[in-house]
Design a protein around this ligand. Structure first.
Ligand SMILES: *[C@@H]1O[C@H](CO)[C@@H](O)[C@H](O)[C@H]1NC(C)=O
Ligand SMILES: *[C@@H]1O[C@H](CO)[C@@H](O)[C@H](O)[C@H]1NC(C)=O
Ligand SMILES: *[C@@H]1O[C@H](CO)[C@@H](O)[C@H](O)[C@H]1NC(C)=O
Ligand SMILES: *[C@@H]1O[C@H](CO)[C@@H](O)[C@H](O)[C@H]1NC(C)=O
Ligand SMILES: *[C@@H]1O[C@H](CO)[C@@H](O)[C@H](O)[C@H]1NC(C)=O
Ligand SMILES: *[C@@H]1O[C@H](CO)[C@@H](O)[C@H](O)[C@H]1NC(C)=O
Length: 392
């Protein structure tokens, strides 16, 4: 009672009567700009009697838990509705269906745990931009919002912001009922992979932001999925890329399609330490640690093969040699005997000559003439080494 008296009193005292009668408590109404603001007033529900002229309604920083079909009525002129940071946990069926001209809806910074499949349905699909940044409570909410996007008839939606929601994976076909989407913002989540069908049904996408996620690489099927998007500007920076052989497909893709990746300079290795902060595009195959070893293995292998081959050939030749020896064993025996006999003959010849040499009666035969080489004595050697060089 007291509060009411104070309200009325303040209203009469501070406001122009027309504006105060029209503007709900805790809000500021600006007829000229057609804007209503209810900012940080600890409101527990969407204020009723928002003036019908309002085009922009800003209700932020309050404590509103639930949005329902009775929250917004007779507000056909509202085009922009900002409901960020209100601790909203539940969005009931057809909460916004009275806002038939709603183009921009911001539900960011809430804790949406219960989202009705028809929460976003508005006849005529007027919605163009939906901000769900930091608004999903847990993974059940992701399932709920996926259903709501599917059932909402959001054929006119152009921009969707799902950033900062700890999303780890995207249900296949999650966006397939948003055929006219131009901007899809998935930054600052925990996404690790893109699969076949993740982006199916989006034929007009212009910007896809996947920065600040948990991607370590993009595998061949993910790259195919991204390739299907056509001439879209993809942002892939600030992910913890692991620059190993598993990144090869991705590097080759970056090498070829860098015009599509708008922030290719921010696509850098997080690990291993040796490649930390290196740009992925332009990385050598060897640097990724698969080209080098693979080539090395190839040469190693061919080297090994040739050694094995050589060994086999040598072994074969050796066996043939032994076999021939075996077949010729009689001939060999004869040959060895012959050789031995020949040797003996030669040796006997020497023996004979030795006997002749040592016979003093035959000494004249071994007397050395002047032309014969004699072993020089020590004094003779000295003379040779000390004699002065001959002048030529
Ligand atoms: C919406 O705006 C139009 C034109 O300014 C006005 O005639 C109409 O009454 C408004 N609608 C509501 C529900 O106040
Ligand atoms: C969505 O809301 C967040 C925080 O409220 C803001 O930072 C972001 O820019 C908004 N997204 C778009 C596409 O305007
Ligand atoms: C998400 O939160 C809702 C509401 O608290 C709860 O019922 C549901 O079990 C939670 N889901 C998961 C996967 O934790
Ligand atoms: C990412 O989201 C978290 C909360 O989900 C927020 O605290 C952080 O500032 C965001 N980071 C960026 C780079 O947007
Ligand atoms: C990817 O999905 C499409 C249909 O959505 C299918 O035709 C195609 O075979 C799939 N490719 C792979 C590699 O699974
Ligand atoms: C990428 O391109 C650079 C030259 O721009 C080339 O040196 C490198 O080997 C390529 N990397 C791969 C994996 O093809």
């Amino acid at each position: 009672m007291c509060i009411l008296v104070v309200r009325v009193f303040l209203g009469i005292l501070l406001c122009a009567p027309y504006q105060c009668l029209e503007c709900p408590f805790g809000c500021e109404c600006f007829a000229v700009t057609r804007t209503v603001k209810c900012v940080s007033k600890n409101l527990r529900a969407v204020p009723q009697s928002i003036p019908g002229y309002a085009r922009t309604v800003i209700i932020t920083g309050n404590n509103i838990q639930r949005i329902g079909p009775d929250s917004f009525t007779e507000l056909e002129n509202v085009t922009n509705l900002i409901l960020s940071n209100n601790r909203i946990t539940e969005v009931a069926s057809r909460s916004f269906s009275a806002l038939t001209n709603l183009r921009f809806l911001d539900l960011s910074g809430n804790q949406l745990a219960l989202i009705h499949p028809e929460a976003l349905s508005i006849a005529g699909s007027p919605l163009q931009e939906l901000n769900l940044s930091r608004s999903l409570y847990n993974s059940t909410s992701l399932t709920d919002i996926t259903t709501a996007l599917r059932w909402g008839g959001l054929r006119g939606l152009l921009r969707l912001d799902l950033s900062g929601n700890h999303l780890a994976l995207l249900p296949p076909g999650m966006f397939s009922h948003l055929p006219n989407l131009l901007h899809l913002l998935l930054l600052n989540n925990s996404l690790v992979a893109i699969y076949n069908g993740t982006f199916s049904g989006m034929n007009h996408l212009e910007v896809l932001d996947l920065t600040h996620n948990a991607f370590r690489t993009f595998r061949a099927d993910a790259l195919r999925e991204l390739g299907k998007l056509g001439s879209v500007r993809i942002l892939l920076g600030y992910n913890p890329y692991t620059c190993s052989c598993e990144t090869l497909d991705f590097v080759v893709w970056l090498n070829n399609s860098w015009a599509q990746v708008a922030d290719v300079d921010a696509v850098r290795c997080a690990s291993p330490r040796g490649l930390s902060n290196m740009r992925l595009r332009g990385l050598q195959v060897q640097a990724l640690g698969c080209g080098g070893p693979v080539q090395g293995e190839v040469t190693d292998l061919s080297l090994q093969t040739s050694y094995v081959f050589l060994g086999l050939v040598l072994g074969f030749v050796g066996m043939i040699f032994l076999f021939v020896l075996y077949l010729n064993r009689k001939g060999m025996k004869k040959w060895i005997t012959d050789m031995r006999d020949a040797c003996r003959d030669v040796l006997e010849g020497y023996h004979y000559r030795y006997e002749i040499d040592s016979d003093p009666r035959l000494g004249h035969l071994s007397q050395c003439p002047d032309t014969c080489i004699q072993i020089p004595t020590d004094t003779q050697l000295k003379q040779v080494t000390t004699s002065p060089p001959v002048n030529l």
